[in-house]
Design a protein around this ligand. Structure first.
Ligand code: SAH
Length: 253
């Protein structure tokens, strides 16, 4: 069972490599995927697979290679997916929605982008065919130096997966926010301020005849800190311990 907090968000993605000719790229793509938390790889007519070179380049991501599905055409690779993204180093004419990895990540919250997503990568020598690009709902180009825009296949996989992982991390943070301990209520804060004021007077730090602006300043300070219930219990516990010690001191004197 994976401990990756992004697993839930990334399990809907499939990486499709179309006719990769270098087995090393397949292995490097698997490694790129696994480091970013992706696990589903589909290969369309790979020139050489399985391959010792691919396994070596995958390093500890060879489990992805072992589970990889090999199919005969892109149609089969994407058959059960709902949103298909074709990647290309050049933006082409007649294209549908155009994305960078970052804008793709923000589009994922739209209803039409829900469900299983296939990210389709092309051949090392000549990318995806026009027919394959037409099967896609959106096209993705990694913004690069316009004078030299073609990344190595596995590196393109790495960049896209990296950006999607950043998106997943943000989703995970948002998802966990409601579970974070809530700040205490205003009533509990007022009780704390009264307790604090009383203790500060008892220890001679606050002169009730000349209070100056000590309590309003402390209110601002603790208000900014927005303590949660556990932290408030610690603060109240500290004040109570001071009071107990004062009592002992008085009793002893
Ligand atoms: N000469 C090919 C480039 C092939 S590179 C072409 O012009 O399309 C192999 C694959 O890596 C591409 O098909 C694409 O899937 C991916 N790739 C390389 N550079 C990319 C970029 N800048 N943006 C998006 N994908 C890219």
């Amino acid at each position: 069972m994976s401990n990756d907090p992004c697993r839930h968000w990334l399990s809907r993605f499939r990486i499709v490599l179309v006719e990769p000719s270098h087995p090393g790229n397949i292995g490097a793509a698997a490694r790129a995927m696994k480091t970013m938390g992706f696990s589903e790889l589909v290969l369309v007519r790979p020139k050489q697979f399985p391959s010792a070179v691919a396994t070596e380049r995958a390093s500890s991501a060879d489990d992805i290679l072992q589970r990889a599905l090999v199919v005969d055409d892109v149609e089969h690779a994407i058959a059960d997916c709902h949103w298909i993204i074709g990647t290309s180093a050049r933006s082409r004419s007649l294209e549908p929605e155009q994305h960078s990895p970052r804008t793709l990540a923000s589009a994922l919250s739209h209803d039409y982008a829900k469900g299983r997503v296939a990210l389709v990568f092309g051949r090392e020598n000549n990318g995806l065919t026009n027919h394959e690009l037409e099967l896609c709902h959106a096209h993705l180009t990694i913004p690069t130096n316009p004078e030299y825009s073609s990344l190595n296949l596995a590196m393109a996989v790495q960049v896209v997966c990296y950006e999607l992982r950043q998106w997943a991390l943000e989703c995970t943070d948002k998802e966990w926010q409601p579970k974070r301990p809530k700040p205490v209520s205003s009533e509990e804060m007022q009780c704390f301020y009264a307790h604090l004021e009383s203790v500060l007077i008892q220890i001679g730090f606050l002169d009730p005849e000349k209070p100056r602006r000590l309590m309003p300043r402390l209110r601002l300070l603790f208000g900014r800190a927005a303590p949660d219930k556990v932290e408030m219990n610690i603060l109240r516990g500290m004040l109570t311990a001071v009071e107990k010690q004062l009592k002992r001191d008085r009793g002893g004197s």
